[in-house]
Design a protein around this ligand. Structure first.
Ligand SMILES: [Zn+2]
Length: 497
């Protein structure tokens, strides 16, 4: 735009015999304006961004993730996507992908990253692929009743790879900014302490004093932990101010998912659509992409246990209502974002080997006894589901690799762990990080189950029950947190150089 104006002015100048000084002044003005407008930093580097989506909806008849029992997909309510954002500071590229999945395995992520690296040149360790934790998605990870379909895994891997490639193809000069909102009305700690003397039996035959989703009739006293109302958003625009992408993070486990067999991206999908409407970014070229990543929501849900519950919206109405409330706060933050024409990017990745809480022989014998009584019929009770999980875990190695990441975008940091991270861990990271703001993406780059703190392991409850959904050593959160703080410190010291 500026370039064309510049050329036209030059030709007009020669034909109309403008004075030499006037032409020089106009050219200088155009050059200054265009340098500012194309997203250059003071040292001349150009900041670029590209975003794209890639459909990952599985076939009807394949399995659905997120339920205790085996559920088959019967209907597609709304399409599911891999939503990707690639950022480029001229030296370093980072790719951030959010997938509408309950969880995504390390194998799928690794292969998708390798494929994307081969074509884009972006190093695999500079790619962060996370799952939103919708409980009505295709199965990308075997847990409880759902096992993945091999054909779907192949399709999914290529589609995630393509999201990165397509976002990379869309790279264009951009500006970036961020802000942090607060929305406390949609998040509740879902673990409740039972009244003194009251206990609850877990599926392993042990009594506990904490209960997840206790319902209204339980003898409960107070939540066993805090909430995190934080809503960080990163906005990417063209130099002229047209929205390119919006990346958000909120610590809410999920909203819908009744096990009806209807596939849906849950409130994460509705949020993306709502932001498109609010920012007047529909039907743009290339398409605007909004994405909501899962924060540290391992012990957080959207269920009001005490106090007024508000109107009933139905499953999809509820997802939409939550999305609208969160999007309204995101939009408020959006209005006040200060944009930077250029920021530096960096990242660090570590792979830890963490211990597995393997079942002992007595656990395996008990599980075998429970499953033998089933005589081949479907597993119905929690006890049976966890007996099956005990047998699956008995085949696990003593340690597993766990990938941790920290991305730095200017003075902002995004950390990532392949777990359903408890809210306490995310709050600590936000408070003690050398970067402001910092936030954490859960369920990223693989799936290693819940990440309760050692204190929560002592209390027990669903999130600590040994299964493929919770199997890391009791001190895993301590080790993960310590490593991430070391990684943040490394990014900080490199930034200072
Ligand atoms: Zn979960």
């Amino acid at each position: 735009m500026n370039l064309r104006l510049n050329t036209n002015l030059k030709s007009e100048a020669s034909s109309l015999q403008f004075s030499y000084v006037a032409v020089v002044l106009i050219i200088l003005l155009a050059v200054v304006t265009s340098a500012d407008a194309i997203g250059q930093g003071t040292s001349g580097q150009v900041f670029k961004a590209g975003a794209a989506t890639s459909v990952i909806t599985p076939n009807i008849g394949t399995t659905m993730n997120g339920n205790m029992k085996a559920i088959v997909i019967k209907q597609v309510h709304d399409e599911t996507y891999a939503r990707a954002l690639v950022l480029d500071d001229g030296k370093t590229k980072l790719a951030i992908v959010v997938t509408d999945l309950c969880m995504v395995s390390k194998e799928v992520c690794d292969e998708a990253k390798q494929g994307a690296q081969r074509i884009t040149g972006i190093p695999a360790e500079n790619m962060m692929i996370s799952a939103t934790h919708t409980h009505s998605s295709g199965t990308a990870c075997g847990v409880f009743g759902s096992e993945p379909d091999e054909e779907y895994l192949k399709f999914l891997t290529v589609r995630i790879r393509d999201a990165v490639i397509r976002a990379n193809n869309n790279l264009a000069p951009a500006r970036i900014g961020w802000g942090v909102g607060s929305e406390s009305t949609q998040v509740h700690n879902r673990r409740w302490k039972l009244k003194p003397g009251v206990t609850s039996m877990n599926p392993f035959g042990q009594s506990e004093t904490v209960k997840m989703n206790p319902g209204r009739n339980h003898d409960i006293t107070e939540p066993a932990g805090p909430i995190d109302p934080g809503l960080p958003i990163i906005s990417v625009q063209t130099p002229e101010g047209r929205p390119v992408a919006l990346f958000a993070n909120y610590s809410l486990h999920y909203v819908g998912g009744t096990g009806s067999g209807e596939l849906s991206a849950d409130y994460y999908g509705y949020f993306a659509e709502r932001m498109k409407t609010l920012l007047d970014a529909e039907n743009k070229e290339p398409a605007f992409v909004a994405m909501m990543s899962n924060g540290t929501s391992g012990d957080i849900n959207n269920v009001v246990v005490r106090g007024p519950r508000g109107p009933e919206y139905g499953e999809y109405g509820k997802m939409q209502q939550v999305a609208n409330v969160v999007a309204a706060e995101a939009y408020k933050v959006y209005q006040n974002i200060q944009y930077q024409n250029w920021i530096s990017l960096s990242s660090v990745q570590r792979e830890l080997n963490l211990g597995v809480r393997l079942p002992e022989k007595s656990d395996i014998d008990r599980a075998k006894g429970i499953l033998a009584k089933l005589n081949g019929s479907e597993r119905n009770t929690q006890e049976e589901a966890y007996a099956h999980e005990t047998m699956m875990l008995s085949k696990y190695p003593k340690t597993v690799p766990v990938i941790l990441q920290a991305f730095r975008l200017g003075d902002l940091a995004i950390t990532a762990a392949p777990c359903e991270v408890f809210v306490e861990i995310g709050l600590k990271m936000k408070e003690k990080s050398p970067f402001m703001p910092t936030f954490m993406v859960s369920l990223a780059n693989g799936y290693n189950g819940y990440l309760p703190t050692p204190e929560h392991h002592k209390l027990g409850g669903y999130e600590t029950w040994r299964a493929r959904s919770s199997y890391l050593e009791v001190n895993a959160s301590t080790k993960i947190t310590q490593n991430i703080f070391e990684m943040l410190a490394k990014l900080k010291s490199e930034q200072a150089k």
